[in-house]
Write a protein that binds this ligand. Structure first.
Ligand SMILES: [Zn+2]
Length: 367
């Protein structure tokens, strides 16, 4: 770790306090009161340590009245620029969002402290949904995804983050992304009668695992299974699969009724938005979303679809604390979800239309 400036020290102190806060219990007004100074400190920190961030945001002359006054970066900048707020010898991991094969990946520079913060927060958020026990874990991916040393794909990072909750980690797919049936069947045989955790990227669970079962005319019995899945719906939308159909198919083919989708970006590993029992994505205390009109970038009201701006209290090694995504979403309400969680809840409707349409076959490079 480099020199700790007074700004960074102040951030670290406030972040420690944030770690003690309940993940979903603060009303929006209290949560913003706690989050805003942290994001402001991150803004100052990155202005000081990242020349490009400073060039882009120097016109902002604060102080911000609210969280949504603070500057944000367009997500594509992480593909076009190497945005880092640390010296090269402090780089602990380089994370790459793989993107589709035709796209340049985003590159994120992590130091030990940011990486540790990401893991800690991911665990804290996920525990709210799946509890604290370590369960046998079936990963709907190929072990090849973790092959590269020190260079992590977003997929690999997601798996590594959630592996904390698992034991006897079992990979369900082989290197050709085909279901490894003997391995899957042995897992079900051994653990089918107890709680298990299953994790995969949404389209991989659908395309390779569930469709694989359909093609084989098979069903598995994992009635106490908990599925966590993430990674966007755009590929499933092409096949007209929505969340409801996904859940129904999962239940029919595997007997799994506990299924949590979560939304998160490779650029903000750790601060994820997990679906509640009512199917709404919730902002944890460490993160927030704002929706903006795609043309004017004005803030959208509740129920109005816009571009999602995602705010995360986590990254100090790269300026990823406030990012305007290319995802379209809608804030559904604040503090009043029927599940009882406080703060904002929202849904994602997909991407800004422009990307090429792909089927299931050649897409596993994307995540
Ligand atoms: Zn809810």
């Amino acid at each position: 770790m480099g020199d700790i400036t007074p700004t960074l020290q102040q951030y670290l102190n406030l972040f420690e306090e944030l770690l003690q806060a309940p993940v979903y219990a603060l009303p929006q007004i209290d949560k913003e009161a706690q989050l805003k100074p942290i994001i402001e400190l991150l803004h100052n920190h990155h202005q000081f340590h990242c020349q490009e961030y400073n060039n882009i945001t120097h016109q902002f002359d604060g102080p911000a009245k609210a969280l949504d006054d603070l500057p944000f970066l367009a997500v594509r900048l992480f593909k076009q620029l190497k945005l880092s707020s640390i010296a090269s010898h402090e780089v602990f991991k380089v994370l790459q969002s793989s993107g589709t094969t035709s796209q340049t990946p985003a590159t994120l520079f992590l130091d030990r402290a940011t990486s540790a913060r990401q893991s800690k927060v991911l665990v804290k958020i996920m525990q709210q949904s799946i509890g604290k026990q370590r369960l046998p874990m079936l990963i709907i991916d190929s072990p090849a995804v973790l092959d590269k040393k020190n260079q992590y794909s977003a997929r690999g990072a997601g798996i590594q983050g959630l592996a904390f909750f698992g034991r006897d980690l079992t990979y369900a797919l082989d290197e050709n992304m085909q279901p490894n049936w003997p391995v899957i069947e042995a897992f079900v045989e051994r653990y089918g009668k107890q709680p298990v955790l299953i994790f995969g990227f949404t389209f991989m669970v659908w395309c390779y695992f569930l469709q694989g079962l359909v093609e084989r005319g098979k069903a598995l019995s994992l009635p106490q299974g908990i599925l966590l899945h993430s990674g966007g719906w755009k590929k499933l939308e092409d096949q007209k699969v929505d969340n409801e159909q996904f859940k129904k198919t999962l239940d029919n083919l595997c007997g799994i009724s506990q299924c949590y989708n979560f939304y998160g970006m490779a650029e903000q590993v750790g601060s994820v938005f997990v679906e509640c029992e009512d199917g709404h994505l919730h902002c944890p205390v460490f993160a927030d979303v704002i929706t903006r009109d795609p043309y004017s970038l004005k803030i959208c009201g509740i129920g109005q679809q816009g571009l999602v701006q995602s705010i995360s209290a986590l990254p100090t090694s790269y300026p990823g604390h406030s990012i305007l995504t290319e995802d379209l979403g809608t804030i559904l309400g604040i503090d009043d979800c029927t599940c009882g969680r406080k703060g904002k809840y929202f849904s994602i409707q997909g991407r800004l239309p422009k990307t090429e349409i792909r089927g299931c076959s050649d897409t596993h490079n994307a995540s």
